[in-house]
Design a protein around this ligand. Structure first.
Ligand code: FAD
Length: 348
């Protein structure tokens, strides 16, 4: 059922998530994707910047592709809370009528996106891995109108066993959340400036405004695996938490970081923030070592975009070899230390 006049809705909008006055990487990734979608639709990409005293961030958004920045700046928006942020973004959508709204699938975005989509009475596809402009239905079906220039939102479905392409042809905006690390930022355009439009819909605290008593920040001394250039990733085949020492040694000689499969997290050998895959993080390093990892679809979904994949597995039929650029069939307890020694010798 068509519930709003979809012709009125124009432009690609990106929720420019910031925390503590710092733009989150996902916002820049979405601007890159938004620019590509906007070019196909012959329209502009607009960043929606919500916070308190955050106007200084607009230039960075312009450098990463925003043609326009809508700034909602208010003391009520200093720290993320569902109600004032949802009010801010929903009000922007109601006033400016964008055709597409993209939100990062971060802890904040997973809360904000669905709240806003319900409020503006449209659909949202969560955790998209591919976004394209195209026809819907994908192939013409006799007796059914095929709509053009639709946002085609692709995501894994049924536990990653299939890939679904979803559209929102009868309502606007078309909303999607996208996981960090999937889309590519553009190379920043130094000195680019966006048109800044300030808009404040008014904030009246009500009983849905939670009170923040204290913000406790987790301190981690490990590198975020999404930023690592070299990942040495271990799976169940590593055998124990202690045996990850051989991966630590390889990572150290390469200047890399250790990550892992879900089986490793489930076994309590490594923390969840090192997990690669559909329910972990999406990574795109220059080199990804998959060691004792079978290559289940849910794991591959998080690492297949790596520039170079090296798999070490004793089972030559393991599916990880289907996505690997280099494969070593053998016992990781022999192969990995030998590789580390060779690399050490080459460096000496
Ligand atoms: P296994 O599949 O047990 O593979 C171990 C491999 O090690 C085998 O291939 C074996 O041949 C090899 N091996 C064993 N010993 C040695 C040795 N000595 N030398 C060399 N090789 C050896 N998984 C993820 O990783 N990330 C996710 O985000 C994720 N999300 C999921 C979401 C859903 C909804 C579901 C249903 C599953 C998800 N999974 C995820 C789980 C996934 O399906 C697999 O179960 C998991 O990836 C398997 O981990 P693994 O490859 O480490 O273990």
């Amino acid at each position: 059922m068509v519930t709003n006049n979809i012709e009125e809705y124009k432009g690609v909008y990106v929720f420019a998530q910031q925390v503590d006055n710092e733009i989150s990487g996902i916002a820049l990734e979405l601007l890159g994707k938004g620019k590509e979608l906007a070019a196909k639709l012959e329209t502009e990409v607009t960043a929606v910047l919500i916070g308190y005293n955050v106007k200084n961030l607009a230039d960075k958004l312009a450098e990463y592709g925003a043609d326009k920045v809508i700034l909602v700046d208010d003391p009520e928006l200093e720290t993320y809370r569902t109600e004032p942020y949802a009010h801010a973004l929903a009000s922007v959508i109601e006033k400016y009528k964008p055709e597409i709204v993209l939100v990062g699938a971060t802890a904040i975005g997973r809360d904000l996106g669905p709240t806003v989509s319900a409020r503006v009475k449209t659909g949202l596809t969560a955790d998209c891995t591919v976004l394209e402009i195209g026809d819907f239905p994908l192939n013409a079906i006799p007796g059914q109108e095929q709509k053009h220039n639709q946002l085609l939102m692709t995501r894994p479905a049924f536990g990653g066993n299939t890939i679904a392409t979803i559209a929102c042809p009868d309502n606007r905006p078309q909303m999607a959340t996208v996981r960090p690390g999937v889309m590519q930022k553009i190379a920043p355009i130094a000195g680019a400036k966006a048109v800044i439009e300030e808009y404040n819909p008014g904030f009246t605290p009500n009983n849905k405004y939670v009170t923040i008593k204290e913000v406790v920040k987790a301190v981690s001394d490990t590198v975020d695996i999404m930023d690592a250039k070299i990942l040495v990733s271990g799976g169940r085949g590593v055998g124990s938490a202690e045996n990850f020492k051989i991966l630590d040694d390889l990572a150290e000689v390469l200047g890399g970081t250790v990550s892992c499969s879900r089986a490793v997290v489930d076994n309590g050998w490594k923390p969840k923030d090192l997990q690669v895959g559909q329910t972990g993080k999406t990574v795109r390093p220059q080199i990804y070592f998959a060691i004792g990892i079978s290559g289940a679809i849910q794991h591959v979904a998080g690492m297949e975009e790596s520039d170079l994949i090296v798999a070490i597995n004793k089972d030559e039929t393991a599916p990880i070899f289907d996505v690997a650029d280099y494969g070593i069939v053998g016992d990781l307890n022999k192969v990995v230390p030998a590789l580390t020694e060779q690399l050490k010798a080459a460096k000496a």
